[in-house]
Design a protein around this ligand. Structure first.
Ligand code: SF4
Length: 725
């Protein structure tokens, strides 16, 4: 296929039908696609948390093209391959079109009435026999904020189980917990604008080139793009992002805490801190300084494998920067020490005063399109509006807003997602309800997860697609509308609330998740109590504005109309904590002494590689959506395993050999080998997207004790050549 044809396909133009000159078309088909579509609908990308604004072309009731919104401040007209092809998922062949109920072992079509009646009857029956807490619910950062807020009320005040969590716990829970440890509340302090204006950008465990590609425009486009700016990337692999860096620190796995403590040591030793900021806005500095005194460059070099002079150089660059920005993603979060690693990053920002100023921020780059909206609207690790379960005043405020008795609101968070899975295996959770998530591919230690799915008496899978590896286990499948078929808001990594619009009608009998939640509430007899007079997601948004009013994540000033008109609005403004006042009891941030512990499963003679898993730009998470898009699937149809040439030679393996990856738990067979110095000797890497070669057959079920996020990034494996077929 010619490059031109590929570009045309990329922008959704059927080259067989359109007479079209790309030369006339400087902005992703602006001229030509105007002929293609009857109307263009403004909306926001439904994949990652960058939150790109887009325009979807509609012709004869079908979405036919996608292009970046040139007026949108996040992406200024650009989209990555997923965004450019997003309209194709709407009429993908794998869409779920009708409710399915398992009868005599087979999923058969049923009416919505039968599906929802059966669901309520079975779940309330299980709860009557085993207690209200025998139901666990796992939602998703793919839902609209309005839907997630509605779901939280339904689960905790309707079904009255405290066990409500999101698949975001597999993703950003450590950032949430780390912010709470340091600042007293969740809430990313900075903005993409800070990433662009900082003179030193330090990315730790963050391969934005694959995972948040449009953000690369804020740090990249050639080292000469912004004179004087230094990009430092900390990653065990030579990722695409590391290739963009001025300095790449190829750290040993789990060396991040030692490095961060070591940078703090040098900053304090060399007088590169901000004593006035520390004195005015932090607590526990003396204890912290004493603690990091042991993290000398030589000591840190031993743990991280980095030369001491490189550690000194990076510390000096960050300490002397006018504005230093630290961004991180899953390399930090996907750790059994993820929450405290985030606190360690925050320590650096606090002792240097690199926070609350233009270009200066510690900043979590979130995962899913609405991971932020779901953690704000809550009922998972926090009550809505960043309120706390154990705070009687917070519960009373919500009770008054909702016109209920405060005693109805749980006083503690329920089980986190991993605890629900373990609870199902232990027999405490008897019913599970998954919404727009695919744990069979995304959850660590597949065999434990499978045991959980087979243990429960009733499993509901609500998704826009069927079959999925998870819906295959379901007793009930509820077909849901997806992005492009419903209206509401997503909030991106930089706290920007963006409007998401309905472009087409859902296929078959699929319904918006919001409608499903209201229909269930009606069957439970709580519709008017929980959702008085509600008919659309606009009603949910209006209540959410009242509930968030006066909180850090205050949506009350921002109407849908304003959000739409301004191409998104950041709650809290461009950055938080500009006044150095933090939402802690005394208004001061807290410095933490963070120990550096080895990761759980160290390699040995038998399992002699450290396996790291991650993503590639062409796919989204478990490929439920991107496997539907021929262009994306065609570019990357299969998983691969990266191995250093030194190890490949020792094992007598050759490029493209099919290999089997074995851990103490299970194995993954027939993965294509790529021999490359992108990975260091002793380490291997594979993408986790592919159900057929599910990396989570070998990953381990180790979790952060604070955030409950899985330690996806390191487990011990061995690699063998697959036997010939
Ligand atoms: Fe969508 Fe993220 Fe790509 Fe932007 S970078 S188009 S938000 S997937």
């Amino acid at each position: 296929m010619s490059l031109l044809t590929r570009v045309k396909r990329l922008v959704g133009i059927d080259t067989r039908q359109q007479k079209y000159s790309y030369a006339q078309d400087p902005v992703y088909g602006k001229v030509a696609t105007a002929r293609l579509a009857d109307t263009w609908v403004k909306t926001t990308c439904g994949y990652c948390s960058v939150g790109c604004g887009m325009l979807i072309g509609v012709k004869d009731g079908k979405a036919v093209a996608a292009r970046g919104n040139p007026d949108h401040p996040v992406n200024r007209g650009k989209l990555c391959p997923k965004g450019l092809s997003e309209h194709h998922i709407l009429d993908g062949p794998g869409r779920a079109r009708q409710p399915l109920l398992r009868k005599n072992g087979v999923l058969v079509p049923v009416s919505w009435d039968e599906a929802l009646d059966t669901m309520v009857e079975n779940i309330t029956g299980i709860q009557a026999r085993h207690g209200l807490g025998s139901l666990g619910v796992v939602g998703t950062g793919q839902l609209l904020t309005e839907e997630y807020y509605t779901l939280g009320k339904l689960v905790q005040l309707g079904f009255r189980t405290p066990h409500n969590d999101g698949n975001t716990t597999l993703c950003m829970a450590s950032a949430v917990s780390g912010y709470k440890l340091s600042f007293g509340s969740d809430g990313p302090p900075g903005s993409y604008a800070d990433m662009a204006s900082a003179d030193v950008v330090l990315l730790i465990g963050s391969n934005i080139a694959d995972n948040h590609p449009i953000l690369c425009t804020r740090v990249g486009e050639g080292p000469g793009k912004r004179p004087g700016r230094t990009l430092i990337v900390v990653d065990p692999r030579v990722t695409k992002t590391a290739m963009m860096a001025d300095i790449h620190l190829a750290i040993k796995p789990r060396g991040d805490i030692a490095l961060i403590n070591g940078i703090a040591h040098i900053l304090i030793r060399d007088g590169l801190t901000d004593p006035a900021y520390i004195a005015a806005h932090t607590n526990q500095y003396e204890a912290f300084a004493a603690y990091v005194a042991a993290f000398t460059p030589e000591h840190v070099a031993g743990i991280t494998g980095l030369p001491p002079d490189r550690i000194e150089q990076v510390a000096h660059l960050y300490g002397r920067a006018k504005a230093g920005f630290i961004g991180w993603t899953m390399g930090v979060n996907h750790s059994s020490q993820g929450a405290v690693t985030v606190a360690a990053i925050n320590n650096l920002a606090l002792i240097t005063g690199h926070i609350g100023r233009a270009g200066a921020a510690p900043f979590s780059i979130t995962g899913q399109c609405n991971a932020m909206g779901t953690r704000e609207s809550g009922f998972t690790s926090a009550l809505p509006g960043y309120r706390k379960f154990d705070n009687p005043q917070h519960r009373e405020e919500l009770a008054q807003l909702w016109g209920i008795d405060a005693e109805e609101i749980p006083k503690a968070r329920g089980m986190a997602y991993p605890d629900m899975i373990e609870g199902a295996v232990a027999g405490n959770i008897k019913a599970l309800w998954f919404i727009a998530t695919n744990p069979v591919v995304s959850f660590p230690n597949y065999n434990l997860l499978k045991q959980a799915l087979e243990s429960v008496e009733f499993l509901v899978v609500q998704d826009g697609f069927h079959p999925t590896p998870t819906s295959d286990f379901a007793h009930l499948v509820l077909p849901a509308a997806i992005w492009g078929e419903k209206e509401g808001t997503y909030t991106n990594s930089e706290r920007r609330i963006s409007k998401v619009n309905r472009i087409v009608t859902p296929p078959g009998e699929a319904r918006p998740d919001f409608d499903i939640f209201l229909a269930l509430a009606a069957r439970l007899g709580v519709k008017e109590k929980l959702y008085p007079g509600w008919t659309t997601t606009a009603d949910a948004y209006a209540e959410w504005q009242r509930v968030s009013a006066g909180r850090l994540c205050d949506y009350s000033p921002h109407s849908w109309a304003d959000i739409e008109a301004q191409n998104g609005i950041q709650w809290g403004g461009e950055r938080l904590y500009a006044d150095g006042h933090f939402p802690t009891p005394d208004g001061r941030a807290l410095l933490h002494n963070v120990p550096c512990e080895p990761f759980t499963e160290q390699p040995n003679d038998e399992f002699n590689f450290i396996l790291n898993t991650g993503r590639t730009v062409e796919h989204w998470h478990t490929r439920t959506k991107t496997a539907q898009v021929d262009m994306l699937n065609g570019m990357v149809p299969n998983a691969w395993l990266e191995m250093n040439p030194v190890d490949a030679e020792r094992l007598k393996l050759r490029s493209h050999d099919k290999v089997t990856i074995v851990s103490r738990r299970d194995k993954v067979t027939d993965v294509e080998l790529r021999i490359t110095s992108i990975v260091a000797p002793g380490q291997v890497f594979m993408p986790f997207h592919f159900a057929e070669t599910n990396s989570n057959r070998v990953t381990l079920g180790a979790f952060d004790p604070i955030s409950r996020e899985p330690n996806f990034k390191q487990c011990a494996v061995c690699v063998q050549k697959s036997s010939a077929h």
